[in-house]
Each structure stands twice: as structure tokens, then as C-alpha cells.
Design a protein around this ligand. Sequence first.
Ligand code: PGA
Ligand code: ZN
Length: 421
Amino acid sequence: MPVIQNLCALEILDSRGRPTVQAECTLATGHVGIASVPSGASTGSAEAIELRDGDPARYRGLGCQRAVGHVRNEIRRALAGRNFVGQADLDRALADLDGTTSKARLGANALLAVSLAYARACAAQLGIPLYQHFADLLGQTPRSLPRPTINLFSGGKHAGGQVPIQDVLVVPASARTMDEALAMTFAVYQAAADLTARNYSARPLRADEGGLAPPFPSAEAMIADAAEAIRRAGLRPGHDVALAVDVASTHFYQNGRYLLGPESLDSPEMIHHLVQWLDLYPIVSIEDGLAEEDWEHWPILCARLAGRALALGDDLLCTNPARIRRAIDAKAATALLLKVNQVGTLTEAGEACRLARSAAWHVTVSARSGETEDSWLADLAVGWAGNQIKVGSITQSERLAKYNRLLAIEAETGLPLVQWP
Ligand code: PGA
Ligand code: ZN
């Protein structure tokens, strides 16, 4: 049984230059695991709480020195020398030590950094790849690689808010390998950059996740340009490359209405609008088509998308087992966006994944808009058999760390990409 000898932590910077937490776990055997946690911008209100210092004079209050201090002191004192049966045992100890449901006291950033660093140290002690260790935690065997859904265009909170919707992503539907998927995406991305330069006389400026962010006049223009970029890349929209949309509608939902550009839509009108997109564009997945608290209408949206596109829940579900259970019972979604830091420990995220699978949902394993160069997410997506992985664009090293890790896993295992249904 792995015994923690020491825990250490460091405040590092994420891809937006904001502080985040990196933890280092040393086992009694001398094996070491280091892991860094990401951070979102378009967050759901039910997410576990990142602890920030709140000192406006330093990083505008976003410092993580308190969270780092908790790892170095209270968490280390409580865990060092203890014998844990495994990951679940460690994660339970972390949650108990924190003592809050939101993980606000010690910080979900501190807890997750320790949870992940411990997993990595254990994989090192066992002498197995991290993806295999993650698979073992859920009692499964890696059989395929997740299909990437890759950010092409951004708006909303990840860009300048020039359009209310957040992301249009490409889904390389006909790719059989990760290598093929990335090469197809490169072709579409370059075509989209050319199109942006021509249509908007704009240098292809990039948003937080590396997506292009020209001043689209509307959400529809953003989606139509994505379909056009697929065509200009010499690929067939919907056959070779499909589209996924992260509407992130919680962030433009006010007083029961969706403020979609010039339009103010009630929930049934918003659903109608989204279904019209399916008629016009090759969309196979709609994330957060409705707001996180619009529970009443999610089952209607889900029924309308059935057989055509995934009803993917991000802010709605927050990787939170209780919310996922509610959504399963209400038939409110068909896919889970799994972001480990929304819930704060690996074990709870694993429980979320298991629940989603029990309802035959798809699972999209997702990065955050604020990321680090750590690549554990790629191993997690393989180990937990993600149907999709959502990491951002094929630019910027914090994104490429994950794609490059997937390429390495592909080379090592020869696993095929999971089928798109
Ligand atoms: P976030 O956005 O990481 O900024 O929360 C990602 C998403 O909404 O999917
Ligand atoms: Zn989202």
C-alpha cells in the first residue's frame, strides 16, 4: 500500500498567466508524482471552489499562496506517514479534512493537485503508464482513444464576447487515428484562418483556448464559417468533419430569457433555435444549449436532439454526481462533460463518469480554458474511455501537451479512435 512520505506544492502560472497549484507527492518508496490543476473562466455555479488569496494587490486577488500553504502544511501533516488503501481512500481523507461540500476551506485546487500527484506517484510505484493506472481505478481496460473535438472559433467568455456563444469545434468524424484527426483539423484550421483574414480583414487573433476569434456578426455566421472552412479544406462537412457547439448559454441567460445577440428568446424559442441549427449545419453535439438552472426545459431539448446531436451538459452537471443523477432521472442530457476540477478529486470525478456510463451517456473528457503544460488529462481520457476529449485548439503548448501525449499513447498502444456513432 502506498504510503505518502512528503507533500509539497508550488504556485505556478496557467495559460492566462493566472496563478494555479502544482503539487508534488513523494511516496515512502521514493516514487514521485507531480501534477498541476487547470482553472475555468466560464464556470458553473455548482463547481467546487478554487481557493484564491483575494489580495487585490497581487494577481488581482487570484494568487494561490493560501492553497499552496494548505498542501505544504495542513494537508501534508494530516496525510504524511499514513497508509492509504488506494486513491478512493486518499480522496476521502482529503474531502473529510476539508470538511465542506464545496471544498472551499482548503480549496479544490489544493485538493485536486494532491489527488492527481498521488495518482501519478502510485502509477510510478506500480511501474505502469498513467492511463493504465486511471483505467485500473475504474476497473476497465483501455480499448480505444477518445475522438478529439477541437476548438476552431471562440466567442463568449473565452474571447471578446463578440458573439454570445462560446465555442464552435470541429469533430474529425471520419478519422481513424489521432494522427489523421489532427492532420484534418490542421487543414480546417488553416482554411478558417484564411477565411477570417478575407471576410473580416482580421489577423487571426486567438482566444483563451487558441480558437480564432474574428468579429462574427452573429452566432450563425460563426457556425456557417466553420462549415465553409471544412469545405475549403477539401473535406465534406458532416462526413469527414462535423461540428460541435458549446453554447454556454448560462452566461447569456437573464431573467428567464436567452439574450442571443439581438434576440431575446424564452426557453421553447431557444430550443427551436438550436434545432434549426441542426437543420442548417452539420452539428453533432450541443453543449449547454440551455442554462444550468433551466432544468424544466432540458428534457425537452434532449428529446428534440435525440438521434441527431448529443445533449452535452457542462455547467448543468458540473461533474457532480448528484446533479448527474438528477439529469439521468429527468432524461435531461445524453452526455457528460467531465472536468475533474469541477468536483475536486479524482474519485468523485470517477463516480461521475461511472454514473454517466450507467445511463449509456457519452463522456467528453474536458480541459479548462486556463490550462498548464501538464498532460494528465490525455491519460485520463484514455483510461476512462472518454468518447470525446475536448482540449481546445491545435495551437498553444498547454493544449498541445495533451494532443502530443495522445499521439504518444497512440504510438505506444496502437489503440484505434473510438467510433463516432
Ligand atoms: P471554462 O470553459 O474552462 O472556461 O469553464 C470550458 C467550457 O465551457 O467547456
Ligand atoms: Zn462548456
